[in-house]
Ligand binder design. Structure first.
Ligand code: ZN
Length: 231
């Protein structure tokens, strides 16, 4: 027989039973009959679990947490015999959290998210969106406050694309847009009046509006832009 001090026995029994073990399990471990354990349970005032599906005194057993819980802890379910789910609301929501966590780590989900991001980067409007989001956020010292960049200026990404394309020099196109490099002639989005000359205090201040106004933006050769001091 397992050696558990008497004063501790009932608490131990309660926690073992509530963690989902059966009376038989516990009896076997103690080397006593089920009747003895049932007697101890009665003494300790531990109410036995209902059988699966039973509703007694408005209480039902949750098959997951193994607790008898009042019936309002269970979602109704038409297809079930007793009209309720087998697991309690709490256990179901825990299980959902875990499955969605696991789902997000499945290889095909990771791949499709990466594909989506790559596709986004590969389109002109996707690249414009990324670039504008980042540099507007930087000019606001990351106080974009959750606004989409298009909501902070009075033009759309389409209009910006058209505005830039209309000013393209003959060598400029969307494949040579980017940082200056030695291999290829590149162009960048330049602020005619440079960002550093504005005092931007918030997304609503005049300097912000003027700095990011469409007529302050133009495509400029990347090398020239560096000579000019960037921005
Ligand atoms: Zn439960």
């Amino acid at each position: 027989m397992k050696n558990i001090p008497n004063y501790h026995k009932y608490e131990w029994l309660r926690s073992e039973y509530n963690s989902g073990r059966t009376v038989k399990n516990i009896a076997d471990e103690f080397g006593v009959s089920k009747g003895v354990i049932s007697y101890w349970m009665k003494k300790a005032n531990i109410i036995g679990r209902h059988k699966v599906g039973q509703i007694i005194n408005n209480e039902k057993l949750c098959v997951d947490c193994k607790l008898n819980l009042s019936i309002d802890n269970f979602w109704k379910k038409k297809s079930s015999k007793n009209g309720y789910c087998q697991s309690c609301k709490n256990c179901i929501s825990e299980r959902r959290k875990n499955t969605s966590k696991i789902y997000r780590t499945k290889p095909h989900v990771i791949i499709s998210a990466a594909k989506r991001a790559a596709k986004h980067r590969s389109t002109v409007s996707g690249r414009i969106n990324n670039a504008m989001r980042a540099s507007i956020s930087r000019s606001l010292k990351n106080k974009k406050e959750g606004y989409s960049w298009e909501n902070l200026v009075d033009y759309t990404s389409e209009e910006l694309i058209n505005h830039l394309e209309n000013q393209f020099e003959s060598w400029m196109n969307w494949s040579n847009w980017g940082r200056a490099d030695a291999k290829q002639r590149k162009w960048q989005i330049d602020h005619i009046k440079s960002i550093s000359s504005f005092i931007i205090t918030s997304r609503t201040c005049d300097d912000f509006k003027e700095c990011w106004a469409l007529n302050n933006l133009r495509p400029l050769c990347a090398i020239e832009n560096i000579r000019k001091g960037g921005g």
